[in-house]
Design a protein around this ligand. Sequence first.
Ligand code: SAH
Length: 254
Amino acid sequence: MKIYIFTIFPEYFECFKNYGIVSKAIKQGKVEIETVNLRDFTKDRHRTVDDVVYGGGPGMLLKPEPIFEAYDYLKSKGVNPYTLITEPWGEKFNQDKAKALSKKEEILIICGRYEGVDERVKVLVDEEVSIGDFILSGGEPAVLVIMDAVIRLLPEVLSDEKSKEIDSFSDGLIGYSNYTRPYEYRGMKVPDVLLSGNHKLIQLYRRWDQLQKTLKKRPDLLEKANLSDIDKKMLNYIIYGKSFEDFLKEEKVD
Ligand code: SAH
């Protein structure tokens, strides 16, 4: 995958490239990140990328010319990117969008700054994307978020491919609770079922835990989740305030 970023602050992304999974993915050649400095596509001595807003009003806007020129430059190199622009009102970025983007070969993300971009730039854009209902001072932090979520989904980037499947949202629910050593810490113990070695039981308990957490913390997710018959049964127990042990006993699971 190749990711191009149109920005007035190309150095912003350097630190991001040097850490963790992203850095590994770059070293392995799974992803290449190329920042394009919009100032390189200005024609005046001051390398101006912004201008005042027609009709008046506060602030400045990113001018259309550097963005179009930079886009033409990519096209002239044979790049045919799926193009996004960061906008606070854009479609909300989420795990499904991250998955869809991880399947693209060439992505371009245009970072807005100031009051935003000249509206005519939108003819280049396939998708307007937001990372939430709040206002950032520029698209760059949003692009870091998007790239991080997408890159870890690329094939063979995570050391354990299975972790993608158990992450929150991957199956419509919150991920299950995890524990590591020590077994007991400050009076708090690890649920014994996790030490039982009974794989089927552990799987069932984790599913119970996922359902319980989702019901409590993100009930909105349950409406869209793909629940099996056993999920629905467990959910009923949870709603009636029963424990996992009650469920095992009453449903005669062993
Ligand atoms: N005046 C604009 C906000 C401009 S913020 C408005 O009222 O909507 C400057 C730039 O930051 C935007 O052009 C966009 O590229 C980026 N940005 C701000 N908030 C964002 C968010 N929540 N998600 C993605 N990008 C955002």
